[in-house]
Design a protein. Structure first.
Length: 594
């Protein structure tokens, strides 16, 4: 926005050049004089930054008359990356900067009209090899002010102080060694102070940032950086894990950064479980492993330590012994791995690694451990005595991994489900033969059942990667109580899978979960993400899926990207929702249980 004529706006697009509005955004026109008309849509797996910034110099004009000097930076491969207009945006000229392979990623202007530009060979999050920081005076004089010891990576965060002339801050991206940091200068970039070297993090309010037991680091993927316009010591920056703020960034001495994120999450929830006893909720996160939530209104401390798995892909608990919990997960590619499975006998507070032996799925394949890449889910029987690991040939242990056996009758790549009440019962969908297999002898053997009432083809109920929620669910409220999500419909059996009935009515289901029945109802509450008519939302049914009530609204969509939904088996009406980037939510009915 032009501060000298606030109805004038400039928009630097990613693929279609520079645009302008002179009526506060009501109408737009393309700036035909800008040298870069646009790149069109990128090829697959190719990222373009387009016009990364447009900066209007307020000292180049008068209030009500508009500004003359405008800068724009290009973050795409090109011969030139910085452009300047001295006539309000009609004509433009390229401005010489650093090497042609460096993209202009961020630009800010100081109170004296000096433009500061951060350059990077990539726009992140993991492709920036080199970078630079330059300053450009109002008369066009250019100067390289890159911090001398920055080492590697690019620059993607940039800020100036409005209250203290000459104070400017920059941050790195992809500076893997010794790690990303923030530099601050009080003389326009002549000298820099690496504040990361004298910084510490106070994450008492968000202890999940202590994941992996190593303590919270300065951060990575720092692309957002800001200085309070009224207080130059109040500085904030974003990372791939949180947003940090320093209330008193002083020229000397230690600096304490705290998360500045109350009410804001930027985490992806892969899976969750609400057990029949113990903590209300156990969650599986992406990147942060997962947590036991003993208090839903406080950030949890890390407990998924041994084994530490950056992603938790599945969680299961023993329905009659909920202190027994199992999980599977995956690690970053460059981390050593001894186990990607774990079990707990105290509700997830402490863990023991679970290691499955090498197997040979077919005669022409060598034996190998298939439990090391995170693809093998693990489940536990209702009494907590039996574990099944879903390697290509499912493996069964009844002594916590000291010895292993096979479940006869299961197909290759089967994923059984344990009954939550009857410890002898297990179920497995045979997608290749469109049938259901049942074990009544503690997973020693499986045999087909008729499974009347299901669609003739079951493949729409199959999941194809480890982070998808499995679609066959055993209710924790009765033995033989099964729910199966096939396509966009939900089916229910009360007799261990012999007969199913459709249980979603007119709702097209994407995800579902079960919770405790409300007073006077015999069926568990069903929570679902789905579409009724043209309305997509989060829904609840208290009568077995005949009728549905929407429980979110247009003001609460949480990004519209959901991973998992579940009810609580002990608190009627409570729902848990795991989103893909907005964190984990829980909700209770307004006015209490109803």
């Amino acid at each position: 926005m032009d501060p000298n004529r606030t109805s004038t706006l400039f928009f630097g697009s990613r693929h279609d050049g520079l645009w302008r509005s002179d009526d506060s955004g009501a109408t737009w026109m393309k700036v035909t004089g800008f040298p870069v008309a646009g790149l069109g849509q990128p090829a697959e797996k190719q990222t373009h930054g387009g016009i990364a910034f447009v900066v209007v110099d307020p000292i180049s004009g008068e209030a009500g008359q508009g500004s003359k000097r405008i800068w724009a930076g290009l973050a795409d491969p090109a011969a030139e990356h910085l452009f300047r207009s001295d006539d309000g945006g009609r004509n433009w000229a390229a401005v010489k900067g650093p090497a042609a392979d460096l993209l202009a990623t961020k630009g800010v202007i100081g109170a004296d009209g000096t433009l500061y530009v951060g350059y990077s060979s990539g726009i992140g999050p993991s492709d920036a090899k080199t970078g630079a920081v330059w300053r450009f005076a109002a008369d066009g004089a250019a100067r390289d002010i890159t911090p001398g010891d920055y080492g590697m990576g690019g620059f993607l965060g940039l800020a100036v102080s409005r209250s203290t002339p000459g104070t400017v801050a920059v941050s790195t991206i992809d500076r893997w060694n010794p790690g990303d940091t923030v530099w601050i200068s009080h003389d326009g970039g002549k000298a820099w102070d690496d504040v990361g070297k004298r910084s510490r993090r106070d994450v008492a309010a968000t202890p999940y940032l202590l994941h992996e037991g190593k303590g919270a680091d300065f951060g990575h993927w720092i692309s957002g950086l800001a200085i309070d316009p009224f207080d130059a010591s109040h500085v904030a920056y974003t990372t791939g894990a949180t947003v940090y703020v320093a209330d008193a960034l002083k020229p000397t001495g230690p600096i304490v950064w705290k998360p500045w994120v109350k009410g804001v999450e930027q985490t992806a929830i892969i899976t969750l479980a609400s057990p029949t006893g113990g903590a209300s909720l156990i969650s599986g996160f992406g990147d942060l492993a997962g947590f036991v939530h003993t208090d839903l209104d406080r950030s949890p401390a890390p407990t998924f330590i041994d084994p530490y798995l950056s992603n938790t892909n599945n969680i299961d608990y023993a329905g009659r012994a909920p202190n027994i919990v199992v999980r599977s997960g995956s690690l970053y590619a460059n981390r050593p791995r001894e186990a990607t499975l774990g079990w707990s006998d105290d509700g997830g507070m402490t863990w023991h690694p679970l290691k499955a032996p090498a197997i040979r799925p077919a005669d022409d394949q060598p034996g190998k451990r298939y439990d090391l890449d995170g693809d093998a889910a693990v489940i536990v029987s209702a009494d907590g005595a039996t574990f099944i690991v879903c390697t290509p040939v499912p493996l069964v242990t009844r002594d916590r991994g000291r010895s292993w056996g096979l479940a006869h009758g299961l197909r290759l790549n089967a994923r059984p489900v344990a009954d939550k009440v009857d410890a002898q019962r297990f179920y497995s969908v045979d997608f290749d033969h469109d049938g259901l297999l049942v074990s009544t002898d503690g997973a020693k053997s499986f045999a087909p059942v008729a499974a009347a009432g299901l669609p003739p083809q079951l493949w729409p109920g199959k999941v194809y990667w480890r982070e998808q929620q499995y679609r066959l669910v055993a209710s924790p409220f009765a033995a033989g109580d099964l729910w199966f999500h096939v396509g966009d419909a939900l089916y229910h059996s009360v007799d261990g899978g012999r007969r199913f009935a459709q249980a979603s009515g007119k709702l097209k289901v994407e995800l579902f979960g079960l919770g405790k029945a409300v007073v006077g109802a015999s069926a568990p509450v069903i929570f679902a993400v789905g579409t009724m008519g043209t309305q997509r939302g989060i829904w609840r049914s208290v009568d077995g899926g005949k009728d549905w009530t929407r429980i979110d609204d247009d003001a609460h969509r949480w990004g519209g990207r959901y991973r998992v939904v579940s009810g609580d088996p002990r608190i009627a009406g409570r729902v848990y929702l795991g989103t893909d980037g907005r964190g984990l939510f829980y909700g209770d009915p307004a006015g209490g249980e109803k």
